[in-house]
Design a protein around this ligand. Structure first.
Ligand SMILES: C[S@@+](CC[C@H](N)C(=O)[O-])C[C@H]1O[C@@H](n2cnc3c(N)ncnc32)[C@H](O)[C@@H]1O
Length: 250
């Protein structure tokens, strides 16, 4: 670890002028001190990660989320799509909202897949007891018209309706990648039930909400569904939960 940190620091010194490097190190030290006072449980991450300099990515994401808070998940989503680059089949998303994740999926797959998006566009359905008290029905409503204007030119098929009933409108043959981002238990479970069986071996399901305390119901749904299946759920430090479907044995 010590050796690795030194080499990253050396790289940083080459990249930045000495004034810039001092300012960056000073800013980081201040941030670390402020963190101890303001948010002691919040883990700082390292400086000088290569992806921080992917300016094209940040420019693309700013149109969706000016706060930039979900950029780590969006960046990782784009990387996870590489796992299915060699596979033929469609992609899907439960919980389209303004379309950011679906847009990333469509960009990654191009014309070789159909992307199927599902959303009420009226926000969340009613949370259950498992969801705690963070969410309310109707939170996160979004414009169906804007989502369609963004995604349909990329070949996506967007359905408006409540999960799980809305799934009956689609005719999906097989999936290579599914993104589940509906925040609460019941539609998360229903999405895993629907998508998992359609997924080819090597295909991937990502639950965007798996590692977030306000989304405890979504995590329970994934764990409940995966309990008697052979795959492990990979819990990413970004908060995503990832399942890579295995081939059936025997
Ligand atoms: C966090 S947002 C999705 C964010 C989106 N994936 C993105 O990349 O920005 C959650 C979405 O789930 C939708 N949703 C939640 N429960 C639903 C249900 N039972 N049926 C249909 N849509 C639902 C909401 O309308 C909302 O648009």
């Amino acid at each position: 670890m010590g050796r690795r940190v030194r080499s990253v620091a050396e790289h940083g010194r080459m990249r930045l002028s000495s004034d810039e490097a001092k300012r960056e190190q000073g800013g980081y030290a201040l941030l670390a001190e402020a963190r101890q006072v303001l948010l002691p449980g919040y883990p700082l991450t390292e400086l000088m990660k290569v992806w921080f300099e992917d300016h094209a990515f940040f420019d693309q994401m700013r149109r969706f989320d000016p706060t930039e808070r979900s950029n780590d998940r969006k960046f990782f989503l784009r990387e996870l799509l590489k796992l299915v680059d060699h596979l033929d089949g469609d992609t899907a998303e439960a919980g389209v909202y303004e379309g950011a994740a679906s847009w990333i999926i469509c960009q990654a797959r191009g014309q070789r897949s159909t992307h199927w998006g599902f959303d009420s566009f009226e926000g969340l359905s009613a949370p259950s007891r498992r969801d705690g008290d963070f969410w309310s029905a109707g939170d996160l409503a979004a414009s169906e018209t804007s989502a369609r204007a963004l995604l349909e030119p990329l070949g996506a098929v967007v359905f408006k309706g409540w999960i799980p009933e809305v799934f009956a409108q689609a005719q999906i043959d097989r999936l290579v990648f599914a993104h589940v981002d509906v925040d609460i238990h019941d539609p998360t479970l229903a999405s895993f039930e629907y998508f998992y069986d359609l997924l080819v071996p090597g295909g991937v399901i990502v639950c965007d909400d798996y590692g977030f305390t306000p989304c405890e119901g979504a995590k329970q749904a994934v764990d409940e569904f995966m309990a008697d299946r052979p795959e492990n759920v990979i819990h990413s430090p970004t908060g995503q939960g990832i399942v890579i479907k295995q081939a059936r044995r025997g």
